[in-house]
Design a protein around this ligand. Structure first.
Ligand code: HEM
Ligand SMILES: *[C@@H]1O[C@H](CO)[C@@H](O)[C@H](O)[C@H]1NC(C)=O
Ligand SMILES: *[C@@H]1O[C@H](CO)[C@@H](O)[C@H](O)[C@H]1NC(C)=O
Ligand SMILES: *[C@@H]1O[C@H](CO)[C@@H](O)[C@H](O)[C@H]1NC(C)=O
Ligand SMILES: CC(=O)N[C@H]1CO[C@H](CO)[C@@H](O)[C@@H]1O
Length: 571
């Protein structure tokens, strides 16, 4: 394990390419052959599993005892964290494949074992999962410097153009360079102010689009809140990055066109494929065989996103190089025109593409998911809805629309979004961290190269931390608010919103602005009602991810004086 080239992408890539090289001729032969291969490998692994099934290690009982004394147990001789006993070579990969989705299997296993920290062996990789804030703080606060890398995976390598971008790259010069570029030139207070009017336009576009949907206007007209929320996020981030909301022809009603739908769908598809427990990420000798279809899906999503982005980026690159363009207007311009100390371009076009793709990924899912869940929960809790709307009316009056400058005053609205981040995180796990050295966490040995996954659901729903953890109760975040602002950040890791430490999110201001403006405008502009046939909103979580199982669909009725809805352009 210690020898796995965790911090050397080039080695891993070379391995990957070698396998791809030999197998591609096989694959081109027929899909049937691929199916057969998959069958053979799965059968082999399952046979292995059934015949060699080892008993669970005795360590478990001891660990259980320790866990009862709080989550930070200590031991004289540090054992690995408890977990399922691994098979030779493949570790728990057979279980991972049979008991999909893996995150539900892992959480169930930890619950049964009564542990807040577990180690799952996937091939040679130790995957350490943590569901307790105290242990999480040990990792990302006390020993942060020991956990500043990211895993090497097929998806993260593809989406980052070979680890050229900030979020997905392992520790190294490239990560440092791109993180510094972002914090000093892109996601910084002066740029935030610079682009304020673009975000404000998009908030108006949102209000007008929902108004158009509502005013298409009879009782059968419904609003798909998920669609509206995701496309708002897509529109905002495209405006900031490319200074445009449409790749193609604008639509008069303010809704997305075909290309924007493709864009947002491909970004969400990509996010679903990132760190998704793909077999060949743990058993690299399977890379290229694509037994689970993961590689094909990743390449397709990557190709769709890049086909759309390239039309804008290539043209803009040309305009700057030819001197045709002089004034920076958006993130793309800023990245293209950055200079190093010698006055030469700081970034290559490949770096620009990879970083912008990653920014698109970073901005869409969290705000839209939090707001969809918040509104869904509120539909079943009229009191919560009433308090939030009353707060907006009290702070703003009823003759102007919510602006970013109102965010500090909208504490209850923020408490609702905070509660959605706690109870309904967009993903089961935080972005993985990789251990740079052998170390000890909560009394357990965590070997160099381990992937550390902070469980977003495990932290946010931990019953030792949260009273009635499964209840959506925004008031729990108001206690600390006497006189102080409620914030969406959570540095103590009692749940994960923007995380913390050297790898923490750098965009809390932008992320907060997008989330609060989205919910604020939806609540302020419209009275939301359930479709007649629905008694209460079904709050089931999807089985294969943590989104609401079915997109939230509601009626919207304008509730403000007509002149406040941004004027429709002629249709
Ligand atoms: C509400 C919106 C957002 C939320 C909740 C959020 C949350 C997160 C989380 C949980 C991480 C992982 C932290 C860790 O590894 O411990 C992260 C990393 C990151 N986020 Fe965000 N994010 C949001 C929006 C954005 C936006 C809009 C951008 C950029 C335009 C962005 C840029 C980044 C970067 C660069 C990192 C990685 C830093 C690194 O690996 O060094 N985020 N974010
Ligand atoms: C990293 O881990 C080692 C071994 O446990 C420990 O001695 C050291 O203090 C840790 N470093 C940091 C920066 O936490
Ligand atoms: C409601 O509006 C839609 C679109 O404007 C229209 O197609 C539909 O016939 C209308 N339904 C009723 C019941 O008026
Ligand atoms: C995926 O996208 C990146 C840009 O981020 C691009 O450089 C790369 O060539 C694409 N990779 C594949 C395999 O299509
Ligand atoms: C499609 C759409 O509604 N676009 C509008 C978005 O907002 C800007 C600025 O308010 C308008 O100019 C667009 O027409």
């Amino acid at each position: 394990m210690a020898d796995l080239p965790v911090h050397h992408p080039s080695v891993m890539e070379a391995m990957g390419e070698a396998v791809v090289g030999t197998s591609s001729f096989l694959l081109s032969n027929s899909a049937a052959l691929q199916q057969a291969l998959l069958l053979v490998v799965v059968t082999f692994i399952i046979c292995l599993a059934v015949r060699l099934r080892p008993r669970r290690s005795r360590r478990t009982a001891m660990t259980k005892l320790k866990q009862q004394h709080g989550c930070a147990a200590t031991a004289a001789v540090a054992p690995l964290p408890p977990g399922p006993a691994p098979w030779p070579v493949v570790g728990s990969v057979p279980e991972m494949m049979v008991k999909k989705p893996a995150f539900r299997w892992i959480h169930l296993m930890m619950k049964e074992m009564g542990t807040d920290i577990a180690c799952v062996h996937l091939g040679p990789v130790h995957v350490v999962v943590i569901t307790c804030p105290r242990i999480a703080r040990e990792v990302l606060k006390k020993q942060d410097a020991n956990f500043t890398s990211r895993p090497l995976t097929f998806a993260s390598r593809t989406f980052s153009g070979g680890y050229r971008s900030a979020v997905l790259s392992p520790l190294g010069d490239q990560w440092q360079k791109m993180r510094r570029v972002l914090t000093s030139e892109i996601i910084c207070p002066s740029r935030h102010k610079w682009l304020h009017d673009k975000r404000s336009d998009e908030a108006d576009n949102l209000t007008r689009y929902v108004y158009n949907l509502a005013a298409a206007g009879n009782s059968s007209s419904i609003v798909d809140v998920r669609h509206v929320a995701r496309h708002y996020c897509g529109n905002v981030i495209r405006r900031l990055v490319f200074n445009r909301r449409y790749f193609g022809k604008p639509r008069p009603d303010g809704g997305p066109g075909l290309l924007e739908v493709q864009h947002v769908d491909a970004v969400f598809a990509s996010l679903g494929l990132l760190y998704a427990f793909c077999i060949s990420d743990y058993l690299p000798w399977l890379l290229g065989l694509d037994l689970d279809g993961h590689e094909k899906a990743v390449k397709e999503a990557n190709a769709t996103v890049n086909r759309l982005h390239d039309t804008v980026i290539d043209e803009r690159w040309r305009q700057w190089k030819s001197g045709e363009r002089q004034e920076p207007e958006d993130f793309l311009d800023v990245l293209i025109t950055l200079k190093d100390d010698g006055g030469n371009p700081l970034l290559t076009i490949e770096e620009v593409k990879a970083q912008l793709q990653e920014i698109m990924f970073a901005a869409m899912d969290n705000p839209s998911n939090a707001v969809e869940w918040t509104l869904a929960e509120m539909m079943n809790q009229p009191e919560t809805m009433k308090k939030a709307v009353e707060e907006i009316d009290r702070v703003l009056g009823r003759d102007r629309l919510v602006q970013e400058s109102d965010i500090p005053q909208l504490n209850y609205v923020k408490a609702c979004i905070r509660e959605a981040f706690r109870l309904h995180p967009v993903a089961p796990f935080n972005v993985p961290h990789v251990a740079l050295a052998d170390t000890t966490i909560a009394g357990y040995r965590v070997p160099k190269g381990s992937h550390v996954l902070l469980s977003r659901t495990g932290l946010g729903r931990n019953p030792r931390v949260w009273d009635e953890p499964l209840r959506f109760r925004s008031e729990r975040h108001m206690v600390a608010a006497e006189g102080t602002d409620v914030s969406l950040t959570e540095n103590e890791l009692r749940f994960i919103s923007f995380s913390t430490g050297r790898r923490g999110c750098i965009a809390a201001t932008l992320g907060t602005a997008m989330s609060v403006m989205l919910l604020g405008r939806l609540l302020q502009g419209f009275t939301w009602t359930k479709p007649a046939s629905v008694a209460s909103i079904d709050l089931s979580e999807s089985t294969h991810d943590t989104f609401l199982a079915k997109p939230l669909v509601l009626h919207a009725h304008p509730r403000l004086p007509m002149h406040l809805y941004p004027t429709p352009t002629a249709t």
